[in-house]
Write a protein that binds this ligand. Structure first.
Ligand code: NDP
Length: 292
């Protein structure tokens, strides 16, 4: 039997529609236009594509989009000075510094210089701490998008066994925190995990955030499990390239109960959640009720 395909593209469109509604109300009732500033240092091709998409979608939902493209040799002092300016700018409610940064820049220092209230990526140490202690925070966009799809599919996640493959600060760890917050029993697997296939086979919810093309095959998956594939891997396809996830979709779809495709799963939800976080930041900055 074939799994239900969780359509992240369609889900993201409904999230963007809701965001656009909130933006329209903020403008009409309070004269506030939420503003998102994206800072890109250097010319990484994948980052350029992400930044372009973020800017386009920000404008489509009625928000203000500001892009700062700095050359690869930008000094840390200049980057920190720009962030300080954006922190102080009342028209900017969200600040995103596109990662990865060129090697001479200290990413932790840069991210932690963002005003936590404007840290719409949720990577600032304060937001990490707030999430870890179950307090109101900015939640990282990719795990938030995964959680929204899981909640939509399952309703309550309480008591389910969740395995997250990957322990990065931007996906794996916050994903595990969110699932714990939903009362799942959470295991984080990584490159040193022993008998990872057997660990994964225990999962009612399996989230793969690894960066290894099609690593998770059908025999890693408990029949009926929900599989969320975060991976975005470019692999050769004849003369061109194609995108595949960390999950071998063709075999996994025969075993799983539900699965996200790549592309069209987690990716579109990530940007939609970034827009939602920016609206949340704009509401909080103005002492208004935030959207659910
Ligand atoms: P990182 O490289 O930071 O982390 C990868 C994690 O996978 C590490 O914890 C690593 O373990 C683990 N890992 C690597 N190899 C193996 C293995 N053979 N078995 C088990 N675990 C392994 O990646 P990110 O978290 O940043 O991203 C993961 C994937 O998600 C990438 O494909 C990325 O492109 C994609 N991504 C997609 C987004 C979206 O919007 N859809 C957003 C962000 C990322 P260890 O810690 O032991 O080294």
């Amino acid at each position: 039997m074939s799994a239900k395909i969780i359509d992240g593209k369609a889900f993201a469109a409904t999230v963007r529609e809701k965001v656009a509604g909130h933006v329209a109300r903020l403008k009409a009732d309070h004269g506030i236009t939420p503003g998102l500033a994206v800072v890109l240092v250097g010319e990484d091709p994948a980052s350029q594509v992400y930044v372009r998409n973020k800017g386009k979608q920000t404008i489509e939902v009625g928000m203000a989009s500001v892009e700062h493209k700095l050359d690869a040799g930008t000094s840390e002092a200049d980057l920190l000075a720009l962030i300080a300016e954006l922190n102080a700018d009342p028209a900017i409610h969200g600040i995103l510094v596109q990662l990865p940064l060129p090697g001479h820049l200290n990413s932790d220092l840069v991210i932690n210089s963002i005003d936590p209230a404007k840290d719409v990526d949720g990577f600032h140490i304060s937001n990490v701490g707030l999430l870890g202690t179950g307090q109101k925070s900015m939640v990282p966009c990719t795990p938030l998008g995964c959680l929204m799809m899981l909640r939509d599919h399952h309703g309550s996640l309480s008591g389910l066994n969740a395995v997250v493959i990957g322990r990065s600060n931007i996906v794996g760890k916050p994903m595990a925190q969110l699932l714990l917050g939903e009362s799942c029993t959470v295991t984080i697997a990584h490159s040193r995990t022993r008998d990872i296939e057997a660990v994964c086979r225990q999962a009612d919810i399996l989230v793969a955030a690894v960066g290894r093309p099609e690593m998770v095959t059908a025999d890693w998956i408990k029949p009926g499990a929900t599989v969320i594939d975060v991976g975005i891997n470019r692999v050769p396809n004849g003369e061109k390239h194609k995108l595949v996830g960390d999950v071998d979709f063709a075999s996994a779809v025969e075993v799983a109960g539900a699965i996200t495709p790549v592309p069209g799963g987690v990716g579109p939800m990530t940007i939609a959640c970034l827009l939602a976080n920016t609206v949340t930041a704009a509401c909080r900055a103005n002492g208004l009720d935030e959207p659910e």
